[in-house]
Design a protein around this ligand. Sequence first.
Ligand code: M6R
Length: 608
Amino acid sequence: MCGIFGVVAKEGNVAEKLLTIGKRLAYRGYDSAGLALYNDGNIDLRKGVGTIESVTENLKLKEMVGKIGLGQLRWSTFGRPSKINAQPHFDCDGDMVGAHNGNIVSFHRTKEQLENEGHTIRSLNDGEICVHATEKHYDKTKDMIKGLMEGVKEMEGAFAFICFHKDHPDTLYAIKMGSSLVLGIGEGENYIASDLPSILPLTNKFVPLNDGEIIEVTATSYKIYNAEDGSEIHRKPRITDLSAEEAVKGSYDYFLTKEIHEQVDATEKLAFGLESDVLDEIVNKLSEANVAFLVGCGSSFNACNVGSYYLNNLAGIIAFPVIGGRFFEEYKNYQPDDKTVLLCVSQSGETKDIINTINFAKPKGYHILGMVNVPGSTVERLSEAYAYIGAGIERSVPATKTYTNQVLLFLILAARIGYKRGRITKEEYEQLKAEIHNLSALVKQTIEESIPKAKKLAKELVKTNAMSLLGYGITHGVAMEGALKIREINYISAEAMYSSEFKHGPLSIVENGYPVIYVVAPNDKYYVISHVSEVECRDGRPIVVGEHIDGLDKHVKEGDYFEIPKSSQLISPILAAIPLQLLALYMSIERGIDPDYPRNLSKTLTVD
Ligand code: M6R
């Protein structure tokens, strides 16, 4: 999705800093880039199609001069990728420049209306509409806050918009109306950006923003206004402990490789949540629930699928995993009682499908809880209580360490609640705690032992364009996650399902050598041996991921059993995702695909 950013400084030139932020937003996916800087009475606007590196080179962005500037990376929705449609955009007379992130769904109607009123709109891009709508009201009032307040009323959509005007050459303005936006506080300079990780090389001090807020930012001050009535809102900055280094590749070939390895540290750190009082609030709120809907998209939904097993079986909470985009269709006629919880799981905390769900559910009386990775994110701020998954910054589009820590956090919450509610004994709780504290060592062992096997299998599957992944009980979510990883970065069909369902139709696809990957938890031996045999006897190729199970190995050809370290029914599914992540990674490399930036995708989906 698009990224917007701005820098205003007391001294020096902001072009390099804008590029630093812009490059760190590139992971979101984009096709065009541009910067606009104010200097000596003029606005210098340069933009074009291509990577931020190529646009920087071709248009000499580093040579731009000014103490105030803004930029944008565009992922096309309205208007094909082209120089004219690239952002930022000027207003009619070139006095104001601005750029947006998100979608103006009233684009055609608002464009026509503004044109009828005499505005010169040069592109087919909805970002330009934000500039002209603001200009229309600024010109009447000569007040940028009023321009923005009235301008947004001209449009429908979910977006964030940043701009500056020649009349106020030391001030950046921005409005948040449904897309992510954060304010960064520096020394003698301030920053605005679509996400917090992008400004970390410049500052760790930030002010989270809510939808319906306008910011007015100079090099040394900031003000927040309510976009409805213009009243001022006072909010102090916060400090994040996320580190900028986490977002560089280091010696790894891909962010994905690095992030798979980072699961060792990430799980170790999160395990301290067992004893930590930072989880008390969410544990207490969740303990009071009779029903919990676990809402997530993509990998976060898959984590909910494993999480519901933990909450149902350990904590005694009736938990349903629900896809973000489906919740408000499925449960629109359901009236929650005062013990119904909506637990929103989102790495970014900015996924639009989840925010829509919260906006639907909150007025109905659901207790909104959040599980996020990015501090200050929208999901965090809309939640009554929240927990960080503490995975550190994840840059690669495929989720790996954030998925694993989401599952682990579910286990920690379920264990604490189960013990608190008397569903598990002290001995059982202590045993589980010991296993969770030992998990990181097993993650390390799993990574090391799976790499050679994953590389070998990736080579053998290089011509394969379809496969099935099956899970049973607690491993169903893991099979779904493995299939998502394989599809996402290999552009092939990988279908996941409940293993007992395979015989109800899909089995007909099996022919000589067709790969079927079984994800197995130790207690499910009986069912899985029978499901594996169904494929084996039809000359398919069963591949198993799980700990050693006597007898099962006889049904699988040598090299096709990804044995993970011995653990338990509750821990084993966390480990079982790792060989699948590695298989997806090496298959992708074998096929010449960059696994960090799969085509058509974006890390954070801030559109409907
Ligand atoms: O930021 P979120 O956790 O809300 O993102 C949800 C999905 O878009 C995300 O998990 C996506 O499915 C991953 N790229 C899959 O690897």
